[in-house]
Design a protein around this ligand. Structure first.
Ligand code: ZN
Ligand code: ZN
Ligand code: ZN
Length: 133
């Protein structure tokens, strides 16, 4: 399957981040607290993901976490950090990438809710060198 940028329904629209979009850099707005630095639903508890800074460090290039759809929490609306991206909503990848055929880019085991065994929840895998096939 060729890799292309596609939209997740209910994805990370608040940042305009699309699943499959590759971002360069190593500092990003924290998905878990939407960059506020405060634990969602609390008044003054520091966000455990960015430790209150609103910024997370993830070594780029990165893609949006397929497992939590970039929200940083899984399951949704629980304030439990996603185990795949540790709440950052983003995951480091090694280019070039292609869609994980096992989970079809969803990051979940087919028929289950555990992270995909093949891509570890990323939804993408590093493309194999064609010469080695
Ligand atoms: Zn945060
Ligand atoms: Zn995640
Ligand atoms: Zn997968």
């Amino acid at each position: 399957m060729e890799w292309k940028t596609f939209d997740f329904k209910g994805g990370n629209r608040k940042f305009g981040r699309k699943a499959g979009e590759i971002f360069e850099g190593d500092q990003f707005r924290c998905s878990f607290c939407s960059g506020t630095g405060i634990l969602p639903g609390s008044k003054d508890i520091k966000c455990p993901v960015c430790r209150g800074s609103g910024i997370v460090s993830v070594k780029g290039p990165v893609v949006v976490c397929a497992y939590c759809k970039g929200r940083g929490e899984y399951p949704a609306r629980t304030n439990i950090t996603c185990t795949v991206c540790r709440g950052t909503g983003l995951i480091s990848i090694t280019k070039p990438i292609e869609v994980c055929e096992h989970c079809r880019g969803r990051g979940k085991e087919p028929g289950g809710s555990l992270p995909c065994m093949v891509c570890k929840g990323k939804g993408v895998i590093t493309k194999k060198n064609d010469k080695e096939r």
